[in-house]
Design a protein around this ligand. Structure first.
Ligand SMILES: NC(=O)c1ccc[n+]([C@@H]2O[C@H](COP(=O)([O-])OP(=O)(O)OC[C@H]3O[C@@H](n4cnc5c(N)ncnc54)[C@H](OP(=O)(O)O)[C@@H]3O)[C@@H](O)[C@H]2O)c1
Length: 310
């Protein structure tokens, strides 16, 4: 599409083979004419999620090559197609998009957009969509319970799941490594260190069975612990997207919902929820390979983000 008679270009992160972060490369290409119902966004920040790095390694071999990456973004509208539905050039927005948001300019369905509340930094707004919608999905699927055990809760999804659960009046006991115990407490959970002896530690802290559990770590320890610590017929779920060793565990898949996303964004803007993007986890787009290598280690606290300069 031309804007001011200028062909717009986007630089995208892509990979032609599966592997570690050295398969990642950049490609600059012309953008097509923007179609009706879409907005063209200059990306300012885009969260990195474990799914991006797991697709990179080929864990999900059904992803065709070459492949692009990124499922969330925040940025500025530079063009809108017909049927703009109230959106204009210059509006600051955030939202989700399927595996293409790690790029300088992206085209996104207008229906996916949520307005950026001004008080929130770009590096925060760019990381909210995936984890927020995953957490809302988890709690909607769990339904009304009084107690919840969360495994691997100090990462992106866990951090907001704890806060949303607390808001619903649910008692949360959450696992993480020793270094993240204070962080879990600050979010409102009773923290427990995962690893050998976990079941005994949980039974000491919470002698009665939990009404539900959710696993973000994908470990066998989490599955076996939930089977022993959740009441009969209680909800046992996993959002980790890993092979499940027990039919009792229900796989949970994120449901996209701009309404749910806006709920969390508003809560961050008005201070009801905290959202951590550690300064060590903020990477310029050019350093995407470093960011992907780091998230693959599986110990990110809060969120990681790519930022885009002019
Ligand atoms: N199915 C879906 O639709 C969907 C949607 C979103 C995310 N996901 C998946 O859900 C998982 C969590 O996502 P995320 O963004 O929260 O990941 P993340 O930010 O990387 O966090 C993972 C957390 O797991 C903890 N952890 C690492 N090893 C552990 C172990 N052995 N036992 C217990 N906890 C452990 C880490 O805490 P410590 O550093 O303290 O060890 C870390 O905070 C990922 O696998 C992601 O791909 C799936």
């Amino acid at each position: 599409m031309t804007q001011n008679n200028r062909i717009m270009k986007s630089t995208i992160l892509f990979a032609q083979s599966y592997g570690q972060a050295d398969v990642l490369d950049f490609l600059t290409q012309d953008l097509p004419i923007l179609v009706s119902g879409m907005a063209r966004i200059k990306v300012k920040a885009s969260g990195i999620n474990p799914i991006d790095a797991r697709r990179m390694t080929g864990e999900f071999k059904h992803t065709p090559l070459p492949q692009t990456f990124g499922t969330e973004f925040a940025g500025i509208i530079v063009e809108v197609g017909s049927n703009p539905n109230g959106w204009s050039v210059g509006d600051e927005v955030l939202g989700s998009g399927g595996a293409f948001t790690h790029a300088t300019i992206i085209d996104v369905p207008i229906a996916n957009l949520v307005a950026r509340p001004q008080p929130i930094n770009w590096e925060v707004v760019g990381t909210i969509a995936g984890a927020a919608q995953a957490a809302m999905t988890i709690l909607d699927e769990i339904g009304k319970v009084d107690s919840l055990l969360t495994h691997g809760a100090s990462g992106g999804v866990g951090s907001i799941t704890i806060q949303l659960a607390k808001e619903r009046g649910i008692e949360v006991v959450a696992t993480a490594s020793a270094k993240n115990q204070d962080y879990l407490k600050k979010l409102g959970a009773t923290p427990v260190i995962y690893g050998e002896g976990l079941i005994d530690r949980l039974k000491e802290i919470h002698p009665t069975p939990f009404e539900a559990s959710i696993d973000m770590s994908g470990t066998e320890e989490a599955t076996q612990t939930s089977l022993q610590c959740v009441k009969a017929n209680g909800f046992i779920g996993s959002i980790a997207g890993k092979r499940l060793s027990s039919p009792r565990v229900q796989a949970v898949w994120v449901k996209r919902s701009p309404t749910n996303l806006k709920y969390v964004v508003d809560g961050i803007a008005d201070g009801r929820f905290t959202w951590e993007v550690d300064s060590n986890n903020i990477y310029p787009f050019e350093k995407a390979a470093e960011a992907y290598t780091n998230i693959l280690k599986g110990h990110t606290r809060g969120k990681s983000v790519l930022i885009f300069n002019e």
